[in-house]
Design a protein around this ligand. Structure first.
Ligand code: N01
Length: 546
């Protein structure tokens, strides 16, 4: 899509530099929270390591996502690394849910504090990585002519980093600027006095729409599927919050490694079905508290329709109470899929925004979007004249960034071909036929279902310990046994099937991308970390070490 954002050169001028060549122990692709920690840990273990990052700065998806209202939906005290006590003491978040700017500052602080920038080549995109059988090394090439060899290749390219840009007919004919939330320009976009169309009502749209509506003359929201959204009730953090967090921190870290930790744990299948009254009371408490903690209301919320249906009713009732126009309220009310199985949105004044005179909701289920024209958007029923358009249409999640590179394993096998019927990765971290390649938060690991920053840390700790073990035992190659990989992916699928997750067309399933195999990618079961630790303790059970 020729959007305003990628028409401009976001990465600025690329400073001249000589191409890098040579041999390293490890290469890290991406300088988001996974890549930064991987660089730190690998260097700490005494490995020679180099990192490549397409952006001119660290931060990963937080570098590129600059749309109005962008902030994290995980409380900032928890959306933080746990691996450095010093870092934890030094960094002080200002708000319960940090805005993008502060998260980016945190990533920059980490890069400076731990001297990671020297290891990184910025404004450099990895274009290919291929495994050379003879030397047992990866040959990695970039768009700046770098050619490096490395024993280990660590893909920290992100689960939500490649924008999904629908190929809407007439895209090139629209006269105004087109923005994508995941590739927003660096300079502030001034919508004042403009008629703005927003396509998409996931987390990004739900955050952006209220602020665009405050600035613009008129906003038309093109909604295909309404999402469940809960209020964030964001606020400044107080000393008391830090005290409470410090007290809870050791138990929190312990809980991450517990055999029961996970989005859905075994208690879900044993817990009684709470009465409607009990549920209503609990949802009201959590609604007032604000945030995605709503999903922690009952252990069987994501496994039992009888429970989930009440939660859906509760949110729909809230929408009816907030949105004055009954037709708009009905159109904003999700139905036909359970709450929480598409990522729940966490908003500030989202539903309230539809009470504004300058905001209009278009239900694309009733009048599908047919094309862009020079003047705006044409649905099957009407033409909407617009000055600017925003696509808040999400990402090609989990596999998108990997497929954007030409990754080849044994016998030139392309990752795309290996995953033609859906991604497969043992523990979501390593792939049969792709030796010594590690994917941070890959398909088959909890990744996007939990706290991404903690998920990245766990993968980095696991893979660096694995590399340590290999060096100590003089192993050169590690790769999953295909049978172990198959068994793991079967388990991932079975766990998802025991829940309500597959009952919605979500990006977890690849349903948002035409032609993408419909495979539920994240691991929703319990004890993932515990299992990874056990597998390591048993000499990397299910892996072949040679
Ligand atoms: O993307 P989405 P997102 N025509 O895929 C619609 C994380 N995140 O960027 O549902 C019309 O959720 C699509 O409609 P439908 C978070 O994990 C976190 O908002 O496919 N509409 C949907 O409404 C989140 O889940 C934070 O029918 C089209 C929307 O676009 C993930 O990123 C903030 C369309 C896309 O929603 C993705 O969120 C932002 C088309 N052709 C993101 N194609 C926080 O931490 C798509 N849509 C708060």
């Amino acid at each position: 899509m020729a959007t305003q954002a990628n028409k401009q050169d976001h990465t600025g001028d690329r400073a001249e530099r000589a191409a890098v060549e040579g041999d390293y122990d490890a290469v890290v692709v991406g300088a988001g929270f996974g890549g930064l920690y991987a660089l730190h840990r690998l260097r700490e273990k005494g490995l020679s390591v180099i990192g490549f990052e397409a952006a001119p700065e660290v931060g990963g998806t937080w570098y590129w996502n600059r749309y109005p209202g962008v902030r994290c939906d995980v409380p900032s005290l928890y959306y933080s690394y746990t691996w450095s006590e010093e870092l934890r003491r030094e960094w002080r978040w200002s708000e319960k849910y940090a805005a993008r700017r502060e998260i980016l500052d945190y990533a920059k602080y980490v890069a400076d504090r731990f001297r990671l920038r020297d290891l990184l080549r910025f404004q450099t995109r990895v274009v290919s990585a291929s495994f050379d059988e003879a030397s047992g090394r990866w040959l990695v090439r970039t768009d700046r002519g770098d050619e490096i060899r490395a024993r280990f290749c660590i893909m920290a390219s992100g689960a939500l980093s490649v924008p999904n840009s629908p190929k809407t007919p007439g895209l090139e004919s629209f006269r105004g600027p087109i923005y994508h939330t995941a590739r927003w320009p660096e300079q502030e976009v001034d919508f004042s006095g403009l008629r703005v169309g927003v396509v998409g009502t996931g987390s990004s749209g739900v955050q952006a729409i209220p602020l665009i509506a405050e600035a613009a003359k008129h906003v038309v929201v093109f909604q295909r599927t309404p999402n469940f959204s809960v209020p964030a009730r964001n606020r400044a953090l107080q000393d008391e919050d830090f005290k409470q967090f410090d007290a809870a921190f050791p138990a929190y870290c312990e809980s991450l490694a517990s055999p029961n930790a996970g989005r859905v744990n075994s208690s879900a299948f044993e817990a009684p079905i709470p009465s409607r009254d009990e549920q209503w009371r609990r949802y009201e408490e959590l609604w007032q508290e604000g945030g995605g903690g709503f999903l922690l209301s009952f252990p069987n919320l994501l496994t039992h329709e009888a429970v989930n249906d009440v939660a859906c009713d509760f949110v729909r009732e809230k929408i009816r109470q907030i949105v004055k126009n009954p037709k708009t309220a009905a159109a904003l009310s999700p139905s036909g899929y359970p709450l929480g199985v598409k990522r729940i949105c966490v908003d500030t004044n989202y539903y309230e925004t539809f009470n504004r005179d300058n905001v209009e909701l278009v239900n694309l289920k009733e009048e599908p979007l047919e094309a862009l024209t020079a003047d705006g958007v044409k649905t099957s029923a009407r033409q909407f004249d617009l000055d600017a358009l925003v696509f808040a249409t999400g990402f090609d999640a989990i596999t998108g960034a990997l497929f954007a590179m030409d990754i080849r394993g044994r016998n030139e096998l392309r990752l795309q071909d290996a995953w033609a019927e859906g991604p497969r990765a043992y523990l979501g971290i390593a792939v049969a036929d792709f030796p010594n390649l590690f994917i941070i938060t890959g398909p088959g690991s909890p990744s996007v279902i939990g706290n991404m920053i903690n998920a990245c840390e766990q993968h980095v700790d696991w893979l660096t310990d694995c590399i340590d073990h290999m060096r100590a035992q003089d192993f050169r190659i590690i790769e999953p046994d295909p049978a172990a990989e198959r068994a793991w992916m079967t388990h991932v699928a079975e766990m998802a099937e025991r829940t309500l997750f597959p009952k919605a067309d979500s990006w977890y399933l690849g349903a948002n991308i035409a032609g993408k195999p419909r495979v539920f990618m994240p691991y929703v079961g319990e004890g993932y970390r515990h299992r990874c630790a056990q597998i390591a303790a048993r000499g990397y059970e299910g892996f072949r070490l040679t």
